[in-house]
Write a protein that binds this ligand. Sequence first.
Ligand SMILES: Nc1ncnc2c1ncn2[C@@H]1O[C@H](COP(=O)(O)OP(=O)(O)OP(=O)(O)O)[C@@H](O)[C@H]1O
Length: 438
Amino acid sequence: MTTVLRASPRRFVSTPPVERLARRALRYLQSGFSVHLRGPAGTGKTTLALHLADLLARPMMLIYGDDESRSSDLIGAQSGYTRKKVVDNFIHSVVKVEDELKHNWVDSRLTMACREGFTLVYDEFNRSRPEVNNVLLSALEEKLLVLPPTSNQTEYVRVNSNFRAILTSNSEEYCGVHGTQDALMDRLVTIIMPEPDELTQQEILIQKTSLDRASASLIVQLVSTFRTQSGLVKSSGLRSSVVIAKVCQEHNILVSPDDTDFREICSDVLLSRSGLPFHKATELLWQLISALKTNESAEQANENAKSNIPSVAIEALTDKTEIDFEEITESKQIESFRQESNVERSIELTLNEQLSELLKEIPTTQDESQEGDFQNSEEQRIYQYLTHTDGAGLSDLESEFSMSRTQVLDTIRSMTRSGQVTHRDRKFFAVVRSEVKA
Ligand SMILES: Nc1ncnc2c1ncn2[C@@H]1O[C@H](COP(=O)(O)OP(=O)(O)OP(=O)(O)O)[C@@H](O)[C@H]1O
């Protein structure tokens, strides 16, 4: 029996970059084209494909590519027989027997999706051999699905106009992946899925595990730095981050470089995924964790600290991309100079970096205030709040309006551009019309 699914990905995280990607893909789907999401492992292709299927609001058929798949797994096959026997004994001296044996044809998912106008999500389609996917060619272009000739069914299925295919794949250098025929690529709109940005990864961690933002940020930073430095570019760090976050959250393990359990989890999850020899990967991870422990904001690296720490160690703290494996002995000394964990400060640094990025984008002199021209109710509420306070930071706005960091950043960015808000010393202030004029 072929099962029809209703796509409803749980807790889909939609930050502005994800939203943009989804909008792009949806545009093609709405115009009748099929879409192919391609990218490294763990970048969220399957999740986005299911989200798009959800947005199309049609029943969904899900297929996974497999080297062992055959065309019949896509279109269907003969399955069993129906036997019909008619015994006619109307005249008691005459017995007429008619015996008929018929093959049964069972539609598979592609055929059903084409017939009924469902959405087909074909995950990792290039793990199936290319010739298996040939049946898609006419379905996508001529809108005709060709079935093998049998006595009891039509050989052509006209593709329903609501039919859409969303395919996902890893690049061809991945193990177990086949090349894709040009003809199929030509019929699809291929969107390259990048590694999700750090903010998106943080949001995903928070929503999937209910971890606090500081811990999520620390995990994402650690995994991302480890991947970059160990030359692991083939896959995204998102899955590793999710595993670390989930285990820590479910087992009440403190997300801190000082916590032995946390360090062990990071080793288990990250070391086997690194492209480096095991001992080098271990050294690198150890150094990164040590650097996390002692990571202070650049401004805060005061002279006092500098005089106590060997210069090579300071480099490790401030330029994490250049850590040399041989410098591990010096890095060890860092620990003895720092008694308390500075994780909080390193997290603050990350948030400050985001803020600095935002502030860089925003000119300090604003155009005339557009007070009243609010894009949405959030802007209006934030504006009113700022007019009654002595400025507010991002965290204040986050907690006051129960908004995510991304939402606050977006709203403030938009308000600053339209001159409703200005900033000073990392705080935001409402611009009153008269103030601007003056
Ligand atoms: N927008 C998102 N919202 C919520 N979770 C997400 C999102 N994007 C990715 N994830 C999570 O990240 C992990 C990896 O995502 P997913 O399986 O979709 O990646 P993929 O690119 O299809 O990977 P692969 O190529 O290995 O199949 C999953 O745990 C998924 O739930």
